[in-house]
Design a protein around this ligand. Structure first.
Ligand code: 5GP
Ligand code: ZN
Length: 115
């Protein structure tokens, strides 16, 4: 299920060190190494989900789980009342760097509008 040379698979397996702030059997959350907001968390499925365009049912379920746990992770970072933005990049035009599905939780300040 996991892919060689994938950074997020490596973090999932513990082969690459990270600052995990949450983990369960399906997904984990880490602090982004290059934060774009005061709070910038990545929510990542353990299995390698390359994209949601050609995803299998287990891959969709893993992605769905990320959406389900994101609110409690945001709340644990103090973003419950102030709000936050959930972002997922897809493909070259989005600027996606890591081709393993993930959600960005961004918050901790007033964010600019979507450009
Ligand atoms: P993408 O552009 O694929 O949507 O987002 C990938 C994110 O992963 C970027 O915001 C980048 O800063 C972050 N990132 C890349 N490599 C690492 C890493 O090794 N550790 C952590 N914590 N974040 C990473
Ligand atoms: Zn992967």
């Amino acid at each position: 299920m996991n892919q060689r040379d994938c950074i997020f698979c490596g973090i999932s397996q513990g082969e690459i060190t990270s600052n995990k702030i949450f983990e369960d059997d399906q997904a984990f959350a880490i602090l982004d190494i290059s934060p774009k907001a005061p709070e910038h968390v990545l929510v990542i499925p353990h299995i390698h989900v390359g994209d949601l365009i050609n995803a299998s049912l287990p891959e969709f379920q893993a992605a769905r789980h990320c959406f389900e746990i994101a609110p409690q992770i945001a709340k644990s970072r103090g973003l419950g009342l102030s709000g936050y933005r959930l972002v997922t990049n897809q493909g070259a035009d989005s600027g996606q760097e890591v081709p393993h599905f993930h959600l960005h939780i961004l918050g901790g300040r007033k964010l600019q509008g979507m450009g």
